[in-house]
Design a protein around this ligand. Structure first.
Ligand SMILES: [Zn+2]
Ligand SMILES: [Zn+2]
Length: 188
């Protein structure tokens, strides 16, 4: 069965080199739906608590929220960094606290200190699904990701691959020692 969670991301981007309106910088509220598949953990009668899926996903994905997402060969990138630098906000600002880890994958690199994500490919809805799967595939048993942004939407299904032991008392993933980080339950 599947547990399904949804989160919103507000971001600015453009399709560099695209021959349409989207070649200009613009913004969206993107809606990301993540479906996690596993057996039902009998103790809690659920696959995985949806708020925990959200928490795990948000930890990485908050870097995309209120962020600028640019392809790495986009000439806007050095221009923006130059402005941020001159303004003194390139390395951070006191009110920029919604920062996730400064991840770097094959597809995307986050600069949380200045709310920028640099991508290898154009950040279409399809591109975003590839990035999100790559960031979360080892943490969650992702069976499907759907991403919609304005009139654009895409989805992809994945084969789940992790063996995740869950706490029979609160449903969250046990750590490598078989202990629940929330309630302290230990796998017998
Ligand atoms: Zn767009
Ligand atoms: Zn627990």
């Amino acid at each position: 069965m599947r547990s399904i969670t949804r989160l919103e991301l507000q971001y600015a981007h453009r399709f560099y080199g695209f021959r349409g309106e989207a070649q200009y910088l613009h913004g969206h509220t993107g809606i990301l739906t993540i479906e996690v598949e596993d057996s039902i953990e009998p103790g809690v009668n659920m696959v995985f608590p949806c708020n925990e899926i959200q928490k795990t996903a948000w930890n990485m994905l908050k870097n995309f929220d209120h962020a600028l997402i640019l392809r790495r060969d986009d000439p806007l990138l050095p221009a923006i960094l130059d402005v941020y630098e001159k303004q003194g906000i390139r390395g951070g600002a006191p009110n920029n606290i919604m920062k996730g880890p400064a991840f770097e994958t094959e597809l995307a690199k986050a600069y949380p200190e200045c709310r920028l994500v640099v991508t290898k490919e154009t950040m279409t809805v399809e591109g975003m699904i590839k990035i999100v799967y790559d960031l979360l595939k080892d943490k969650l048993n992702i069976a499907k990701i759907t991403f919609s942004s304005g009139v654009n939407a895409a989805s992809e299904e994945f084969v789940t691959r992790n063996k995740i032991d869950r706490c029979p008392l609160c449903g969250i993933a046990l750590n490598e020692k078989g202990v629940c980080p929330k309630c302290g339950y230990k796998k017998g």
